[in-house]
Design a protein around this ligand. Structure first.
Ligand SMILES: O=C(CO)[C@H](O)[C@H](O)COP(=O)(O)O
Length: 224
């Protein structure tokens, strides 16, 4: 019996057609999608170009023999498939649990079609059960942290096991905001966008076209 993450990963690969440029997401769910593309390349001679969203995914895709280009080497991406940490009823979402939100948002921005693959535990009426990751440049990062604390966002640093601050693939720090109910995700996104030192945040508001959800009753697709 396939687990839920594997089910949605394999389902999403059905949307990939020969000749496409495909954005490859990051995380344990996206890894099943990437693995399935690798299988289709091997067994069906599928021809695609992958654009990855993290060093971890680049490594996985290279091992599978998926030809890769950077986002700057392609005109646009036909389809990106990625996981998500939380998805609300309006298809706003939180991403970045796996620390790849910056590259993920850049690749998604230049994608014609954008799909999330999740198990049903990630769905909620309103965002807030998952922390909002915020990627910040190291210079002045403590000031940004204090600003979030004053705003009541209960910030925490994303840390390595060693206790040092986590460094993203793009060499930034991550601050996680703990906001129990995000009633206005657009307003929060605007505020974060306007905060000096913030490079990007994990609110992906109304960016996705389709969400493939796996649950105990099978796989379903929620469309915009
Ligand atoms: O945003 C992400 C990485 O930055 C991931 O897509 C998100 O954290 C979901 O991960 P998983 O599929 O392992 O639950």
């Amino acid at each position: 019996m396939m687990n839920l993450k594997e089910q949605v990963g394999i389902k999403a690969a059905e949307f990939v057609k020969d000749g496409m440029t495909v954005g490859l997401g990051t995380g344990s769910t996206a890894a099943f999608f990437v693995a399935e593309l690798g299988r289709r390349i091997r067994e069906e001679n599928l021809k695609i170009t992958g654009v990855t969203t993290s060093n971890v995914t680049s490594e996985q895709a290279s091992k599978l023999g998926i030809p890769l280009k950077s986002i700057d080497e392609v005109d646009s991406v036909d389809l990106t498939v990625d996981g998500a940490d939380e998805v609300d009823a309006d298809l706003n979402g939180i991403k970045g649990g796996g620390a790849a939100l910056l590259m993920e948002k850049i690749v998604a921005t230049y994608s014609k079609d954008y799909i999330w693959i999740v198990d049903e535990s990630k769905l909620s009426e309103k965002l807030g059960s998952f922390k909002v990751p915020v990627e910040v440049v190291p210079y002045g990062a403590e000031q940004v942290f204090r600003k979030f604390k004053k705003a009541g966002y209960a910030p925490t640093w994303r840390l390595r096991e060693s206790g040092e601050k986590w460094l993203t693939d793009m060499q930034h720090y991550l601050i996680d905001l703990h906001i129990p109910e995000i009633s206005k995700p657009e307003q929060l996104a605007n505020e974060l966008d306007l905060t000096v030192g913030v490079v990007e945040h994990g609110l992906f508001n109304k960016m996705v076209n389709k969400v493939i959800v796996a649950g105990k009753d099978g796989v379903r697709i929620i469309e915009k």
